[in-house]
Design a protein. Structure first.
Lengths: 150, 127
């Protein structure tokens, strides 16, 4: 049976945290991972907290009471920002995975062109979408809204 | 390798499912003052007020979409976490144990979350 040995990750965590002189997409990759880690840890707790609604009003109110306050509002806002970035950048990654919006393959003839040039507009659109979502969320959290959600 | 390629495809597809249903969830819970959808928060006030939770809880749409979102998000998140952990040069035994723990965690939370979604439907309809 064929098995993939892969390459050892000699740099460990720093291997994916530090992007060096690589392009913007390399840093989007790092941010995608960081926001993804934040979102999954939040989500696991979110399941437990919001399941209280199955036990009736008293349990729900008590559960929500435990996640109320300025600290939780800021935490919730950070989760929203992580969602905005991870969703928009994730859509970009799905597009690239499917070969959409990155141009057609071409023969590599000197002077070589990098595929990143063709992917860059997609990255900019993803960042604009994330910024739009973040702006809407900021408006809702701090200007129009009344506080905390679980 | 083939199994990994299939799991990666499911990871991408789950991401697209999450984009749709988590987008809707965020619209209802966190963008309710920017995009007002009165029928989803009929009692007015905050989306987490018990009256709104009960009103949404009576609609079959929510437990079904919550369950789809729950499954997609658990798979997407825990598979992503597993891939990140596996890059840290873990030994084979630790890798196997990590995969089993994450799979059991995902299954357990999926069962519990699904039960909560449908128990909430029954409770809301009984009120």
């Amino acid at each position: 049976m064929l098995t993939a040995k892969g390459y050892p990750n000699r740099l460990g965590v720093w291997g994916w945290l530090g992007g060096g002189r690589w392009g913007m997409e390399r840093y989007l990759y790092t941010l995608h991972r960081l926001t993804g880690l934040g979102l999954i840890f939040y989500f696991l707790l979110h399941i437990l907290v919001t399941s209280a609604r199955a036990f009736g009003e008293a349990a729900w109110v008590a559960s929500m009471g435990r996640v109320t306050g300025p600290l939780f509002t800021v935490g919730e806002y950070l989760v929203f920002l992580a969602f905005a970035f991870h969703a928009a950048n994730g859509l970009r990654l799905a597009f690239i995975e499917l070969g959409w919006g990155v141009g057609k393959p071409f023969e590599p003839v000197y002077p070589y062109k990098t595929s990143v040039d063709f992917q860059r507009p997609l990255a900019i659109v993803a960042l604009l979408l994330a910024a739009l979502l973040a702006a809407a969320g900021t408006l809702d959290f701090f200007v129009l809204h009344k506080g905390v959600t679980p | 390798m083939i199994r990994d390629a299939k799991l990666w495809t499911w990871h991408v597809l789950a991401g697209l499912v999450i984009f749709v249903f988590l987008g809707l969830h965020m619209l209802i819970m966190h963008l309710d003052d920017v995009v007002r959808i009165a029928s989803l928060n009929p009692a007015g006030g905050h989306p987490i007020d018990w009256a709104n939770v009960v009103a949404r809880g009576k609609m079959i749409f929510f437990p079904i979409t919550y369950t789809v979102l729950l499954g997609a998000a658990l798979f997407h998140g825990l598979y992503g976490l597993k891939n990140i952990l596996f890059e840290l040069n873990l030994g084979d035994g630790v890798k196997r144990a990590t995969a089993v723990v994450l799979a059991l965690l995902g299954l357990g939370l999926f069962v519990y979350g699904t039960w909560a979604a449908f128990a909430s439907l029954a409770l809301a309809r009984s009120l």
